[in-house]
Design a protein around this ligand. Structure first.
Ligand code: SAM
Length: 293
């Protein structure tokens, strides 16, 4: 594999992933391409201008965002057909992942133009990499609808899936969305909140959905910034009894030590005492590892 510098090739469209917070999270190849392309098509030319300036790159920038993507696509394809090279970037992360990009890529492919993706940061992969997900499988949904009714309807369609569910959310809707996740999916599912990834106040919090709104409300700072939410999938049928046992255990753990809470929860629900005791110990661990800024 080539370790020396890359140069952009004529008539090629490069899809370039850029940092999601820390400006140094950019690959060497992305810098090579951004330095040598004829045009950089950016979701926000000011944001990308800042990134390029931070890396000492002077490039010709053109706007390509959700409101002009079709016209921009036609214009970019014309430039590519003339033999120009183009890098497409979004404000943060990987273009086409909850960001514009697909229209330009489709237009370029339809015109027989080479499309070369440059791998790099994306909030979904970054969050998953440190979430310690039990499920091997996950489903990326991205943003849920803004309106409560629509959001709940979409969640109902996802509720039966066994895969972990991954959502993007902004600070404006984080409380409402987390409340709806608990209401529609049930309070017993695990939630990992990944906030401000690669930034100064990066934070991971692992809890059950029933506890999440209170945790967010406990400190206003926890509702700030950008979020990835990872919710465990529908529990297997064999786990259904365990869900109720977990709920009872959590209530008892508020006032009792682990062994007593596990013994009583087992008597009340019929679930296995040892499994509940292990769970009670894990709950204690989770409380101690949660870090706050
Ligand atoms: N294209 C980007 C990617 O590859 O991840 C996503 C762009 S989307 C418009 C922006 C959303 O991604 C934010 O609202 C948030 O949900 C998530 N996101 C982006 N940067 C993040 C970060 N540093 N920490 C947590 N979530 C982030």
């Amino acid at each position: 594999m080539q370790a020396s510098e890359f140069r952009a090739q004529p008539g090629t469209l490069y899809i370039v992933a850029t940092p999601i917070g820390n400006l140094r999270d950019i690959t060497l190849r992305a810098l090579d391409i951004l330095k040598t392309v004829d045009l950089v098509a950016a979701e926000d030319t000011r944001t990308t201008g800042g990134l390029l300036a931070a890396h000492g790159i002077a490039a010709r920038l053109v706007a390509c965002h959700e409101h002009n993507e079709r016209t921009a696509a036609a214009e970019l394809v014309a430039r590519l057909q003339e033999g120009r090279s183009v890098a497409l970037v979004s404000d943060a992360g990987t273009p086409g992942v909850s960001d514009p990009g697909a229209v330009v890529v489709r237009a370029a492919r339809a015109a027989g133009i080479a499309v070369v993706p440059l791998p790099g940061p994306s909030a979904v992969a970054t969050a998953l990499s440190a979430a310690g997900l039990a499920e091997g499988h996950w489903l990326f949904h991205g943003f849920l609808p803004h309106k409560a009714g629509e959001r709940r309807r979409v969640l109902e369609t996802l509720a039966g899936l066994p895969q972990a569910l991954v959502f993007y959310e902004s600070p404006h809707r984080i409380l409402d969305t987390v409340a709806d996740l608990a209401a529609v999916l049930g309070g017993g599912r695990r939630l990992v909140i990944a906030r401000e990834l690669s930034k100064r106040f990066e934070q991971f919090h692992d809890c059950v959905l029933a506890e999440a709104v209170d945790w967010l409300k406990d400190d206003d700072n926890r509702q700030r910034g950008e979020f990835v939410l990872i919710v465990s999938g529908r529990p297997a049928a064999a786990d259904d009894g365990m869900q109720e046992a977990t709920r009872v255990l959590d209530i008892l753990l508020e006032d009792l030590p682990a062994s007593q809470a596990a013994r009583l929860a087992a008597r009340i629900t019929g679930a296995k005492k040892n499994a509940l005791y292990d769970l009670a110990l894990k709950r204690g661990d989770l409380k101690t590892v949660t870090s706050d800024e």
